[in-house]
Design a protein around this ligand. Structure first.
Ligand SMILES: [Zn+2]
Length: 484
């Protein structure tokens, strides 16, 4: 049997940039290619994508297989396809979200997208990949069962075991068990919540929380969440209906994602539930819920605009309730707390994760991860998708289950992992990194440009301007200008 190499180009040691190369005999398959949103220490940068120069080294990339449509799994694909025109396989929902991204940046690449139904198998060169339905905080998410060179790998993608999923479509445990029965050499498992004990709660409890809370809201209800969390949007619509409210959607991504999800049957509002935004303007405040983007206080997002008075037809007034129905993503807390303060200053009551049960995670905690290992019974486990503490937490879980260092260990980006008859082992490294994307174009590869910007931001700039004649004598100036 062929030895298989795994080369993580992103996502191991960070939340974001998920990108894993699986290769055997010079043939390559890419699992996901995500982005990372820029933070305060990335001045002028829109987002970051993995440095994909490893794919320019000898070897043939056959395809990209995409687990689900979150930005940290698809956001780098337009940049990948600009250099490698290979087919991209994913479910209809995943590709619907990706198609929008490509339309903005690489419209001709949309012909490379190939939709796969959960349960179906695709072949790309020597790779055979089964899409296995799993539950996560977006619709159309799949784990992948990958066969190559006689070896069998299960990649969980992002998942949790939700026994009562909103769309009634649970994780395909029969398929995972079938893979386990036939033998799994390696399980690449989501680590994000492995440090949390117990199972991750069902998405349903959020619906119950909204059914309890919305009838008590006297003014307008504003619910900010990720547009991709289709099941959350569905539950807020249902809870609003029960509370005698109709719903309008605000924010480009929210409207766009809802349109895609409705067309695919993932979002099912009842007739009359949704009101087009222009018609919602005159609605009584206690008869309307606004579901909008901006739960992370992203500049320019709908809630960010509303709190700054930039949406003339939509204002927060005393008596309104604002629900931030998402996780406070580490790094965003300061801006989110500022946003909460703005809402309070406008007279709203604010509900967020720390004070209300209006969010649950879409990621497996320790009990879910253990169950995944029990179903697939892999020979080896590689923790993926997480910062080091998350990867270590999942490694610890596997140790408790009897996996020694030859069968499970923590790896980081660029660490080559070899899977062969002996198990898995690290074998050398390849260069990896991040590319900064500004105004849609890759720029400032490496940290030098950003370091310059930070220095300019701290120290300012001095310009000395003078005109000299050919003999070197100053004929004008010098003029000194100071900026910052
Ligand atoms: Zn995800």
């Amino acid at each position: 049997m062929t030895a298989v190499r795994l080369v993580p180009l992103g996502g191991l040691g960070e939340i974001g940039l998920n990108c894993l190369v699986v290769e055997a005999g010079g043939e390559r398959l890419l699992v996901d290619c995500g982005l990372l949103f820029a933070q305060d220490h990335h001045p002028g940068v829109d987002y970051l994508v993995p440095d994909l120069s490893y794919l320019d080294t000898p070897g043939r990339l056959r395809a990209v297989v995409v687990t689900h449509g979150h930005e940290d799994h698809i956001g780098g694909i337009p940049h990948l396809l600009a250099r490698h025109r290979v087919p991209v396989y994913g479910t209809a929902m995943t590709l619907g979200l990706l198609r929008e991204r490509l339309a903005e940046r690489a419209p001709t690449a949309t012909s490379l997208l190939q939709s796969v139904a959960p349960g179906a198998v695709v072949e790309a060169g020597p790779f055979r990949v089964e899409f296995i339905r799993i539950t996560h905080s977006t619709a159309g998410a799949c784990a992948l069962g990958i066969e190559v060179g006689g070896r069998r790998i299960v990649h969980t993608g992002d998942f949790k075991f939700d026994p009562t999923p909103v769309d009634g479509l649970p994780t395909d445990e029969a398929a995972l068990t079938r893979w386990g029965d036939a033998g799994v050499d390696l399980l690449c498992c989501d680590s994000t919540n492995a440090h949390r004990p117990g199972p991750t709660p069902s998405e349903r409890i959020v619906g119950q929380a909204f059914r309890d809370l919305l009838p008590r809201v006297e003014g307008r209800a504003w619910v900010a969440t990720f547009a991709s969390n289709v099941h959350r949007v569905q539950q807020v619509i249902e809870a609003s209906r029960a509370a005698g409210r109709r719903v309008t959607l605000l924010g480009r991504a929210m409207v766009r994602t809802a349109r895609i999800a409705r067309s695919l049957g993932h979002l099912k509002p009842a007739p009359g539930d949704l009101v087009p935004e222009p018609r919602s303007r005159g609605f009584p405040r206690d008869a309307l819920t606004v579901i909008l983007t901006g739960s992370q206080a992203e500049p320019g997002s709908a809630l960010w605009r509303v709190t700054r008075g930039l949406e003339p037809h939509h204002r927060i007034v005393p008596g309104d309730h604002v629900f931030l129905s998402s996780r406070l993503i580490p790094g965003n807390e300061r801006e989110i707390y500022r946003l909460i303060d703005r809402c309070i200053r406008l007279g709203a009551r604010v509900h967020y994760e720390e004070v209300s049960e209006i969010h649950v995670s879409g990621h497996a905690s320790a009990a879910d991860a253990r169950r995944m290992v029990e179903l697939t019974r892999p020979r080896c486990v590689l923790p993926v998708h997480g910062e080091l503490r998350h990867l270590q937490a999942l490694t610890d879980v596997t140790r408790e289950m009897g996996y020694g260092p030859d069968r499970a260990f923590r790896a980081e980006n660029g660490q080559v992992i070899v899977l062969d008859d002996g198990g898995i082992r690290p074998e050398g490294t390849v260069p990896t990194g991040r590319c900064y994307v500004e105004a849609g174009a890759e720029a400032g590869e490496g940290d030098a440009a950003l370091a310059d910007r930070r220095r300019l931001g701290r120290s300012g700039l001095a310009l000395v301007v003078a005109a000299v004649d050919p003999a070197g004598a100053i004929v004008w100036g010098p003029r000194v200008e100071l900026r910052g």
